[in-house]
Design a protein around this ligand. Structure first.
Ligand code: NOJ
Length: 591
């Protein structure tokens, strides 16, 4: 996992300054791109395109979105109440972080029953109502499926732990230690310290890639696959549109349990850094993915498989699609683009080109924000131009050819609000790793709806995490009224992406490909229709670009701004000598 954290000093002040200094109404127009990559998307001629190809998938962290019963924790009925908002924003599907019964050690990623709903979030009936109401809003529901591990309170593990001869013993990864008090090998948990936990009842150790309370399932046992695929069918039968597969590259471990090699330095928990060859992304996982794809594809309606795929390079990402066979995940997340974590035009160009050209025409899925990483506002912001930078990020998300995934609150510029005292931390890694690792609470604070108590999230006296202090100005209600708000920037981009034929399907070609400061690209329109050019200044200095579309076979007799956050670019009529102010975004139609 790529857990990045940063503080957000001065963010509110800077946001307010920028918002008030902008000219409202400036964002009423067009998009822009330059460099030709064209790869044929994988699609049988004449076949209807799957719904997810052009979708906006919106991640909801259920604890933090909307509390309907005043207990300070978000719930399913709360999400149902907010469907109008999501529809207006332009959301096609919700990825629901885990809502299953759970001791909540890892806030739902420790599941104790795969076929029910945690009472904190509601009931199965509330879930069915959410699916039905969402459908009326043209919104699908995607479940988070955690297949690598269960909770230690899951009946499977309780049985497995009870004796060495229990029929479920082999459902988990149990081994003898190397000696008294010495674990089977040097593997470490992603969340700090040894990945092995000793169980005195049976004198063996079990493997846990994540928390001690999250024992890993043994995927070499076919009964595990069967049980998990049954859970998958349970939700497909209830009408879900697909799954986001949690930590999916970690399903298998080296059967010989070879020690990991130490790399350099130590991590936030003080452990030596290890090479993860024996614990991550083992090739066996692809057989499981192909079988899972067969199960999911047997249901009507283009159900989708999305992967949480932090991978080292594009070649590995391609394998998760099934490469040229297109028979594994539909949308493994491209974590190389959104988690570049610095505004480097060359790096973004290279990574966008990679996913355009090196995944056998499969559909890219781009994401900048989730519940495990400091918010993109802070990861990309420079503390001075944060709002403009957030617009650059959003423009990339919605104007490349990728399916777009976003995280609640990203659209209003919610910031990372990291606890300042260890005693306030809720996420256990923030307690284990304090002060170097302060945990993920900062990116999980309640959604900011309005200026009322708890930002409209809850009527409780206290909420499970505190509402961020900037909620009086950073919220849906206030930003909805402000034409130049980030929320309205998102809405316009999402609408443009939905309606403009070039942005919808056009091949992407990089322009001005050696420019280290400005990322520009073309989305080529269908014959006779306009193309779109996007140009994004990645620096705090004004930049001048001249874009040549000849190589892409596009003439630019008529240039018209579709969207920009700079008033001088509003009236641009040519692709030569375009002056982009610091961190400006420009999207234009060309014909
Ligand atoms: C990835 C999830 O996104 C994260 O929140 C969780 O802690 C780990 N997987 C373990 O399930």
């Amino acid at each position: 996992m790529n857990l990045m954290r940063s503080t957000r000093t001065f963010a509110l002040l800077v946001f307010m300054l920028l918002v008030t200094s902008l000219n409202p109404g400036v964002w009423a127009q067009a998009p822009l791109f330059t460099s030709a990559i064209a790869s044929a998307p994988h699609q049988a001629p004449g076949a209807a395109e799957p719904w997810w190809k052009h979708a906006l998938i919106y991640e909801i962290y259920p604890r933090s979105f909307q509390d309907s019963n005043g207990d300070g924790v978000g719930d399913l009925k709360g999400i149902t109440q907010r469907l109008d908002y999501l529809q207006t924003l332009g959301v096609d599907a919700i990825w629901l972080s885990p809502i299953y019964p759970s001791p909540q050690v890892d806030f739902g990623y420790d599941i104790s029953d795969y076929e029910n709903v945690d009472p904190q979030y509601g009931t199965l009936a509330d879930f069915d109502e959410l699916v039905a109401e969402a459908k009326k809003h043209n919104i699908r529901i995607i479940m988070d499926m955690v297949m690598n591990h269960t909770s230690d309170k899951h009946p499977w593990f309780i049985e497995s732990k009870s004796s060495r001869t229990n029929p479920k013993r082999d459902w988990y990864v149990w081994r003898d230690g190397k000696g008294p008090g010495i674990p089977p090998n040097n593997w470490q948990s992603e969340f700090g310290h040894s990945a092995w936990q000793f169980d005195p009842t049976t004198n063996q150790w079990y493997y846990h890639k994540f928390y001690i309370q999250q024992p890993d399932l043994n995927w070499r046992n076919p009964a595990v696959e069967k049980a998990m695929f049954d859970a998958v069918r349970f939700w497909l039968d209830r009408g879900v549109a697909g799954f986001r597969l949690d930590a999916i590259p970690t399903l298998f471990e080296d059967p010989q349990l070879r020690d990991a090699k130490e790399t350099s330095g130590t991590n936030a928990y003080g452990d030596p850094n290890l090479d993860n060859t024996y614990t991550d992304n083992l090739p066996e996982v692809h057989d499981v993915m192909r079988r899972l794809r067969t199960v999911v594809a047997s249901y009507p309606g283009d159900r989708v498989l999305i992967g949480e795929t932090y991978l080292p390079n594009i070649q590995e990402l391609d394998k998760w699609y099934g490469g040229a066979s297109h028979n594994e995940l539909n949308l493994p997340m491209d974590m190389q683009i959104g988690f570049t974590n610095k505004l480097d035009a060359g790096l973004f160009r290279e990574r966008i080109e990679d996913v355009e050209t090196k995944v056998h025409g499969n559909q890219p899925l781009v994401v900048f924000d989730n519940h495990d990483n400091a918010r993109s506002w802070n990861r990309y912001g420079d503390g001075v131009h944060d709002a403009a930078i957030a617009r650059v990020v959003a423009t990339m998300l919605f104007t490349t050819r990728a399916t777009a995934m976003m995280y609640y609150g990203e659209e209003i510029g919610m910031v990372t609000t990291t606890p300042s005292r260890k005693e306030d931390v809720k996420d256990p890694i923030g307690i284990i790793g304090w002060p170097k690792e302060k945990g993920r609470d900062g990116e999980r604070t309640p959604m900011q709806w309005d200026t009322s108590l708890n930002a409209g999230f809850s009527t409780a006296a206290t909420t499970w995490l505190p509402v961020a202090p900037d909620y009086k100005t950073v919220n849906v209600e206030v930003e909805g009224r402000e034409p130049s708000s980030l929320l309205n920037w998102y809405k316009k981009l999402i609408e443009l992406r939905r309606t403009d034929p070039a942005l919808r399907d056009g091949a992407l070609t990089m322009l001005d490909s050696t420019n280290p400061n400005v990322l520009s690209y073309l989305r080529k329109g269908p014959a006779g229709a306009a193309s779109v050019v996007v140009s994004l200044n990645f620096t705090a200095q004004p930049q001048t670009v001249s874009l040549d579309l000849a190589a892409a076979g596009v003439t630019a007799n008529n240039v018209k701004t579709l969207m920009t956050d700079d008033s001088s670019l509003q009236s641009a009529t040519s692709l030569t000598h375009i002056v982009l102010p610091p961190f400006a975004s420009w999207v234009a139609s060309v014909q």
